[in-house]
Ligand binder design. Structure first.
Ligand code: ACO
Length: 336
């Protein structure tokens, strides 16, 4: 069996809802500015005792339930996140919480807003070439924890969420990943990131009088820094190209694809990409008005809503693309 299909999906968001009006009380902005420039009206933010792990587990449970699937039959969990609650990796906590007794492999994939597309492709590669059969791909990010809430240029954009998809080995005719196209550009990375701050170490004198850079200081990360205009330009230039290339590999044209589902960063980016690819508005999936940019979670969150509301039906094809920090971007043509 050389195919892999998507058999279950789920998502979860934190309970705290933060509106544009709420934000206008902490930074100099307005509902009008935010909604006109971005299309975002609300976002959910992790608060109190909530954790990213809990959101990821809730999304995972829903995906497994939809497929009526026993967590003990999972053999791989890919946790696509750039905001893990442990820098050594958050993934192994997921099978533990799901109650898997079989100790499945679980590891993190760090690729910001492209994480979920990369996770999906990785799942397919593990299935096609690695002998894995049941892979859970989770996109989960708590970007609110890395945002400077005094910077109106960035804090208005992001929200927290998790989404999960169960990918399963199947016959080639039932394949659910028709094609993909993945890229990175470290040169453009300076336009968006949360780099480790370069605190100098204490200067200590070595025994022979030389200056030692030791011991190192504990590292910390800066808040998200972004050149919005450059990121916008990058997305509108690279995403249509990437989707076109994926469509070509699948032998498809946009008019024969049922849905366009982009990473939910900004409605203006979504509209510009849709126009370039000649996708009419009614074939574009968008829910960022309610959740903002939820990074690696945005695609499975939007797909979950579209599947559960009956928009996306079995057999439908979806052109999807992630793009963001790194810079990284990539697209996949999937069949639900
Ligand atoms: N409210 C009011 N005014 C604001 C706000 C705000 N929240 N933010 C910025 N402004 C002001 C600026 O200070 C500036 O004022 P000035 O002209 O007096 O200097 C003016 O509005 C225009 O600012 P720009 O930054 O030029 O606004 P722009 O039209 O580029 O919109 C935006 C900014 C919405 C961020 C846009 O550039 C964008 O969406 N870019 C893409 C960002 C993105 O998608 N990032 C995430 C990528 S995914 C990932 O990996 C994390």
């Amino acid at each position: 069996s050389k195919g892999c299909r998507l058999v279950g999906i789920g998502s979860a968001v934190p309970s705290l809802s933060v509106s544009n009006d709420d934000l206008s009380k902490i930074v100099d902005t307005s509902d009008e500015w935010i909604s006109v420039r971005t299309g975002i009206r609300n976002r959910r933010v992790i608060s109190g005792k909530e954790s990213l792990k809990d959101l990821a587990v809730e999304a995972a449970r829903k995906a497994l339930e939809m497929a009526d699937f026993d967590p003990n039959d999972l053999d791989l969990i890919l946790m696509c996140t750039s905001t893990p609650e442990d820098i050594f990796g958050a993934a192994p906590q997921i099978p533990r919480e799901l109650g898997c007794k079989n100790y499945p492999l679980a590891y993190d994939i760090t690729a910001a807003c492209s994480g979920f597309v990369l996770g999906l492709v990785s799942a397919a590669c593990h299935i096609r070439g690695g002998g894995f059969r049941n892979v859970l791909v989770i996109g989960a990010d708590g970007v609110s924890r890395f945002v400077d809430w005094t910077d109106r240029g960035t804090c208005i954009l992001f929200g927290d969420a998790a989404g999960a998809v169960l990918v399963q080995a199947c016959d080639a005719e039932e394949d659910g990943l028709l094609s993909f196209d993945l890229h990175s550009d470290g040169e453009g990375g300076r336009h968006l990131g949360a780099p480790m701050s370069d605190d100098k170490t204490d200067e200590l004198l070595g025994s022979n009088g030389s200056v030692l850079d030791f011991p190192p200081k504990r590292s910390s990360y800066s808040c998200i820094q972004m050149n919005g205009k450059e990121v916008f330009r990058f997305a509108v230039r690279c995403v249509p190209q990437s989707i076109e290339s994926a469509l070509q590999k699948a032998g498809l044209v946009s008019s024969s694809v049922d849905w366009l589902l982009l990473h939910q960063a900004n409605q203006r980016i979504i509209d510009a990409v849709a126009t370039r690819l000649e996708f009419p508005q009614e074939k574009v999936i968008s829910n960022l008005a309610n959740y903002g940019n939820t990074s690696a979670a945005s695609i499975p969150l939007a797909l979950d809503e579209a599947v559960r509301s009956g928009k996306v039906k079995p057999g439908h094809t979806i052109a999807t693309a992630g793009f963001g920090a790194g810079l990284t971007w990539g697209s996949a043509v999937i069949r639900w």
